[in-house]
Design a protein around this ligand. Structure first.
Ligand SMILES: Cc1cc2nc3c(=O)[nH]c(=O)nc-3n(C[C@H](O)[C@H](O)[C@H](O)COP(=O)(O)OP(=O)(O)OC[C@H]3O[C@@H](n4cnc5c(N)ncnc54)[C@H](O)[C@@H]3O)c2cc1C
Length: 407
């Protein structure tokens, strides 16, 4: 009997961890494993806000796939998936096609702009290494331009961040630390620069403990962040953002709007004909969609329900990694001829949001609240633990966050 073809598409947290776990549990003669990704590197999406603000170089965030994947066991193809033909068990790439016996979809997320006029065209998003690098360059360019025009333009120094959820808050935290450095570098007075965080919900960090929210807002406001809470963005143009708050329409002149308020699963899965809710495919307990016994979904493309709250789990790296480890085990069972698959249950170990490199908030071990240094240290432990799982100690030493006293 021929070895089954396992094709994994996307090398984000879900995809790459599936490949790394499979290469440990299966021998080269058990299955043909292929991993496909757009780039030659995996990136840690949870660090992209630092690359976008310019507080961390993008080379720290990206990891060459060949450094963590054993290419004698996993065939890595750098290409872009353009379609999935599930009825024919094929994945279509820009430069060819692949037949599969088992497919793992880990294509991740994209921004959701909810039809807000001008947002898609004019706002920047923190989605990838390249989109984050663009934000960094764009902000720096505007600082550089400010003192080189006959008439100084305030819109170059007004930075608006849409959304005070997890990503928005982490990004403004980095910006609050980066702006004083940029001011020094480009001879711009600090009091000329505005960081404005606009949030439609009645609170920043909706869903977080109110004490942590208050701590986060105080920390950020003390570093010059302005919040517009309960403010609905209505329109974005090339040099302006319009929002409505308390039934009043307001405008901010700005060249820089960073949209951090909405994500959805990769639209490719809908285009491929899977039943999906904003790019997220509802899956059974074994992470396979109804009607597709040869397809597993991991990461932000999977929609799994929290039975206690009867709501979907929010998409996170934490869940993506656990789904990948679980899927690798189930796939190894199938390859070895077992037909019983284990059900998946996420083990949520907590949530920690950074507020720049020197401050953070979080809840861990069910309900223990963390603030300041202890939360920052915990965030680094979480990040280093992931690197340890992915590439062992050498990867931790190469890419890890080891400076626990960086204040
Ligand atoms: C700034 C920020 C901070 C975050 N912080 C946290 C946090 O602290 N904790 C947490 O748990 N979660 C956090 N998240 C959420 C977390 O990053 C996502 O849930 C996670 O990245 C999802 O992993 P994934 O494997 O599904 O996909 P992704 O990480 O999005 O990776 C998808 C991969 O697929 C590739 N790909 C996409 N399309 C194609 C294609 N057509 N062909 C080939 N390859 C393709 C991409 O290049 C990428 O490598 C954060 C997100 C952001 C943006």
């Amino acid at each position: 009997m021929k070895n089954p073809n396992i094709v994994i598409i996307g090398a984000g947290y879900g995809g790459i961890m599936t490949a790394v776990k499979l290469q440990k549990s299966l021998g080269a003669n058990d299955a043909n494993i292929t991993l496909v990704n757009k780039h030659s590197y995996h990136y840690q999406t949870t660090w992209l806000h630092e690359n976008a603000a310019g507080t961390l170089h993008h080379d720290r965030t990206r990891i060459a796939i060949k450094d963590v994947v054993d290419t004698s066991k996993v065939n890595f193809i750098q290409d872009t998936v353009t379609d999935i033909k599930a009825a024919d068990k094929k994945v279509i790439l820009e430069d060819g096609e692949l037949a599969y016996d088992y497919l793992v979809i880990g294509l991740g997320f994209e921004s959701a702009t909810f039809g807000i006029p001008g947002l898609k065209e004019h706002a920047y998003t923190i989605n990838s290494i390249n989109s984050s690098r663009l934000i960094r360059q764009h902000i720096e360019y505007n600082f550089a331009k400010y003192n080189n025009e006959p008439e100084k333009q305030q819109k170059r120094l007004n930075i608006v961040v849409g959304g005070a959820g997890f990503t928005g808050i982490e990004f403004v935290g980095e910006l609050a630390n980066r702006i004083p450095e940029l001011c020094k570098e480009y001879d711009v007075p600090r009091d000329k620069v505005r960081i404005i965080n606009v949030e439609a919900a009645p609170t920043a960090l909706p869903g977080f403990d109110p004490e942590l929210v208050e701590y986060a807002m105080n920390s950020l406001e003390a570093r010059g962040v302005e919040f517009k809470i309960g403010a609905m963005i209505k329109e974005v143009t090339e040099n302006k953002l319009v929002f409505e708050k308390d039934e009043q329409r307001e405008e901010i002149d700005t060249n820089t709007v960073v949209w951090a308020a909405g994500v959805r699963g990769n639209s490719l899965v809908e285009e491929a004909g899977f039943e999906a809710n904003r790019g997220r495919i509802p899956v059974r307990k074994d992470l396979r969609p109804e009607g597709y016994d040869d397809v597993f979904i991991v990461g932000d493309c999977a929609l799994i329900m929290n039975e206690e709250t009867e709501r979907p789990y929010p998409p996170t790296a934490q869940i993506a990694i656990q789904e990948a480890e679980h899927t690798a085990k189930n796939l190894a069972r199938l390859v070895k001829g077992e037909d019983h698959l284990e059900p998946f249950k996420p083990n949520i170990q907590g949530t920690v949001a950074s507020l720049g490199h020197n401050d953070a908030i979080g809840v861990v071990f069910d309900d223990k609240k963390l603030f300041g240094w202890s939360a920052t240290a915990m965030k680094k432990v979480i990040d280093n633990r992931y690197l340890l799982k992915l590439g062992g100690l050498p990867l931790v030493l190469k890419k890890g966050k080891l400076n626990f006293f960086n204040f």
